[in-house]
Design a protein around this ligand. Sequence first.
Ligand SMILES: [Zn+2]
Length: 357
Amino acid sequence: MRISSLPCISQRTPGLKRVGGNSPQSIPGKPLALIQPEDRDFFERELASFLPDRVFDAHAHVWGHDNMHPGRRIASLPRDGDYQEFSRMLQALHPGRACAANIFHRICPPEHFEEANRWTSRQVACNPQYRGLFLTGPEADPEWLRQEVRRLGLAGLKCYHVYAGVKPTWEAQIPDFLPESHVRMAHQEGWAIMLHMVRSRACADPGNIRWIRHYCTTYPDMKLILAHSARGFQPAHNLEGLPHLKGLDNLWFDTSANCEAMAHQAIIRIIGHRRLMYGTDIPVSHLRGRSAAAADTFFWAYQESPVWGERHSEIKPVLIGLEHLRSLKWACWSERLSDTQVEDIFWNNAAQLFAVE
Ligand SMILES: [Zn+2]
């Protein structure tokens, strides 16, 4: 499907000129070991004429091998996700585009937080258009956070449910892993907070709705980002919950890793496209497969999942990052966004939030 068959974004003439001129092979540097022929074909067929010239990745991870729990190391990925490797991966997914990112360290044991955040800070320092977030658990002293985030030149906090003190952590309420004292500090400092909410019904969960509204209305200078399109891997949760999150001026969403077009579409229609930012979730983007909604929940099909041997054909799964980009294209098409509005999602919204030129 070419862009010319997408009526709402058919004016993307720079994109049309680009077709065929920026295949992934044209990226300079190390060979793209993570990119296979099926990925290149997919990109040319589905994405080459859609993807804007500038891409700001609002949600992505860096990692230092020594900071990682051995069980979370992924053999197919570069050993260290430093600036060099990270930007190469970012470029591989967006060939020929000018790229920048908001980064934070992958999940690591709390005893490695210090080194992990120093790692993030060092990578951010490599590029004036990069921003970074400070990975923390709920027990951190807010004054200490203030000093550290300032010292490391970061733009806010990344919390995560795995650090909550409740079991199972995927049913944690937001304050279990993002305490109010951290949100108050973010308000005082004008920080962003990246929140991957949990609980089975995500943004349709009454507890999640209550805490998001409370934090956003009480702390207006804190900028809350709901990761993975409000973790709407089951878009029904977005359709049900998002109307309760309307009217919050300090609430944003990143699209990362979510392969369901309707999840993004619900945000665009119910909240507005200016609140939606593109994200890759590197390194998840460079694994193969996709997220898929089913029943009142969702599942992940990865390369090793036994689902690709269909009777009608052999399926070669492409990178999750490519499936994700196509789902976002479909959302933009369905909502009839203009080229300028698509560029807002891919650059302007995040550039404004993170004060990037
Ligand atoms: Zn992530």
